[in-house]
Design a protein around this ligand. Structure first.
Ligand code: ZN
Length: 684
């Protein structure tokens, strides 16, 4: 199954003044050797709060703009990417049409259809009317199930599906099925007694009613109550997040006949037919891979017990939600009030041009990315990043040989896996071909739907073909990175290879603490609690001895306990089980990056700069990447529904397990996040 472990969940931030100008200069972007010393708060002892020590002054002075839910290292760069993509699009719009190539014309026409708010207002619901009529005309459960599977109308469904790479046979694609159906970020939002979540679901109930009213439905509050009751029933039978990330639990291949027997109350034939995915393979009948197996039957029961009229309301309101950005202002505002304000704390929508950039990045990202790379990603940056990745992999290999808790047999396999990593840096070697995508001037809804179908058809067309390993899951302008276990690959888009992550003009120690720890993080995903279940060829199979696995689990269980104790808001704790993979990657990535930094010194002592030792600068570089200021509702949503620990605890959680950090900053037992040596988790 194609699953990616990314570095971060992104939202957006504030661009430091003059960042573009600074990038073109000779000095490092931050301070005189890579770290913004003015951001530090030296009145905080490093062991009391390492995030505040590194960034406390910045944190106090940073202002969250109303249209962002967080600001900091990631989001500054995100805004830079937005500005650059916008400059590319603005330039396309000023050039005569005859000078645009086919992709450029599509980008321009798509963007113009997004910017034409007068036409969007004038059209009202007309562009969706045919689809809404189709939903309103549903009379049988089989018709409802077919609509849920529609690749064109994204109106919500009890079951999600997608084409991925088969975990056990990474040379083939598979049809994967999973639980779905909720409008709020997680089942807890429907079931918990936490007053904040109770408030959020009341806001959602009102949102459902208001959206139905806007959509022209009568008696909306009563309909909203029924949809809310339906989603609550769905939430009750869904799997919890921690189980959903367990590769062993979610790999359940079965024939369609077995699927029907597993959940007989759902009209699978109608659903699967609508997907258009061939149910045969060159080898015979297709196996489908079911994720949350024991939820499938009760979900089907919820399906059968719900009147078609309630399903119609559910599908209409979810469809309006998914298309609200492309509808008149009143739909867009209503949707933002729920998903932008209640769930993320933003009080103002991003400006329309920036949202247009996001739209194109999402729908035609490789056409835009190609131009981005040509302008903003010099070949030298790729060469330098290649070298860093190779150093990190060497450090990993060296480290594995020294482990006292792993047997020689497992070590040999781990080393083989390190050798088989594929790094992808900057941008894809093969760009997506958008020839088959039709973009029509002035038809925003049609363009969005055709772009969605273009991608869908591309995936369906290749399901029985050999797996394409050249593909990328992120666009070049994305500030993020990921590990894909099925390909055993680590992927770094061009835009993350910039300060504060990577600055060729900065001190080496800072770069190793920043991009080095990011690279180490992604490599570590190949050895985290789930990634370690895949071998070097990307096959999901156990290559560990029982004893080694038990040793590993004992160590990672300690990390779960450590992170459970973090409390980003009063009463709100990090969920150690949900975030374990990411926390392992943070801890292991930092340890490996430090090792790589030490190796890079070739036995010479590190220089002292401005009174800071090499190791101190390394940890400051790491802390600086994660400086961040977030809105409370964004902290809550991230903590409850994301696999990443909230930003402020990432430097704290990783450093406190490293002995070298205690030495670097003389952290003593009286400091808040001090861990006695026997409680520090050393994985790699
Ligand atoms: Zn990660």
């Amino acid at each position: 199954m194609f699953r990616k472990s990314a570095l971060a969940l992104l939202s957006a931030g504030l661009l430091g003044a003059g960042l573009l100008a600074a990038l073109a200069q000779d000095a490092p972007r931050f301070g005189s050797w890579g770290v913004d010393l003015a951001a530090m708060d030296k009145s905080v002892r490093p062991g009391d709060n390492f995030s505040d020590y590194v960034s406390g002054t910045w944190q106090r002075n940073a202002v969250l703009p109303p249209d962002r839910s967080r600001i900091g290292g990631f989001t500054d760069l995100q805004i830079l990417s937005e500005k650059r993509l916008r400059a590319i699009i603005d330039e396309l719009r000023t050039r005569p049409a005859a000078q645009l190539n086919v992709d450029e014309r599509k980008l321009r026409d798509f963007y113009d259809s997004w910017m034409d708010t007068a036409a969007i207002e004038a059209d009202g619901l007309k562009p969706l009317q045919k689809d809404l009529d189709q939903i309103a005309a549903l009379t049988t459960p089989a018709q409802v199930a077919a609509l849920m599977a529609s690749p064109r109308i994204s109106a919500g469904s009890l079951y999600g599906y997608g084409i991925g790479v088969d975990d056990k046979h990474p040379d083939s694609y598979s049809l994967n099925l999973s639980q779905a159906g909720l409008g709020l970020p997680d089942r807890d939002y429907y079931l918990s007694d936490n007053p904040e979540l109770v408030k959020t679901r009341e806001a959602y109930r009102k949102y459902l009613a208001d959206m139905m009213t806007l959509g022209g439905l009568s008696d909306a509050p009563a309909r909203a109550d029924r949809v809310m009751a339906l989603e609550t029933e769905i939430a009750k039978v869904q799997w919890a997040r921690a189980d959903r990330r367990d590769a062993d639990k979610i790999y359940n291949p079965m024939l369609v006949a077995d699927l029907k027997a597993l959940a007989p109350d759902f009209p699978w034939d109608a659903f699967l037919k609508e997907t258009g995915i061939p149910l045969t393979t060159p080898g015979g009948a297709r196996y489908v891979i079911v994720a949350e197996k024991t939820a499938f039957e009760p979900l089907a029961r919820v399906f059968a017990a719900t009147p078609v009229s309630t399903w119609r309301d559910y599908l209409i309101v979810h469809y309006l939600h998914s298309m609200s950005s492309y509808l008149p202002q009143r739909f867009d505002d209503l949707d933002f009030a729920m998903f932008g304000t209640v769930l993320s704390g933003r009080t103002q929508q991003l400006d329309r041009a920036t949202r247009g950039v996001h739209l194109l990045d999402g729908q035609m990202g490789e056409a835009l990315g190609k131009v981005y790379v040509a302008r903003y990603f010099p070949p030298e940056a790729k060469a330098k990043a290649d070298a860093l990745v190779s150093n990190l992999l060497k450090a990993y290999a060296a480290d594995i040989q020294t482990l006292d808790w792993m047997s020689p047999a497992t070590k040999a396999k781990a080393l083989e896996k390190v050798r088989q990593f594929t790094p992808k840096i900057g941008y894809p070697t093969q760009w997506r071909d958008y020839t088959a995508l039709k973009i029509v001037p002035g038809d925003l809804v049609g363009n969005v739907q055709r772009a969605g179908l273009f991608e869908y058809d591309r995936e369906v067309a290749r399901i029985n073909k050999p797996v394409d390993r050249t593909e990328w899951g992120m666009t070049p302008s994305t500030i993020n990175a990921y590990y894909n276990p099925s390909f055993n690959e680590i992927v770094f888009p061009a835009a993350i290879l910039q300060p504060p992550f990577f600055d060729p003009k900065a001190d080496d120690a800072v770069n190793y603490g920043a991009i080095g720890a990011v690279i180490g993080h992604e490599i570590s995903h190949g050895f985290d609690d789930q990634g370690s279940k895949y071998d070097g060829k990307g096959v999901f199979q156990d290559w560990w001895t029982k004893e080694d696995r038990a040793n590993f689990d004992k160590r990672t269980a300690m990390l779960v306990t450590q992170y459970d104790a973090f409390e980003p808001l009063p009463g709100l704790h990090v969920i150690g089980k949900n975030t374990l993979g990411e926390n392992i990657a943070d801890n292991a990535g930092l340890a490996i990056a430090l090792k790589a930094y030490h190796l890079s010194l070739n036995g010479k002592p590190a220089p002292v700069i401005d009174g800071y030792t090499g190791d101190q600068r390394f940890f400051l570089g790491f802390g600086q990447v994660w400086r961040s200021k977030m809105r409370d509702s964004a902290i809550r949503t991230l903590t409850l529904s994301n696999e990443h620990t909230v930003d402020m605890f990432r430097p704290i959680g990783a450093t406190r397990n490293l002995d070298a950090w205690y030495d670097a900053f003389q952290v003593t037992p009286d400091q808040k996040y001090y861990l006695p040596p026997d409680q520090r988790v050393h994985l790699w």
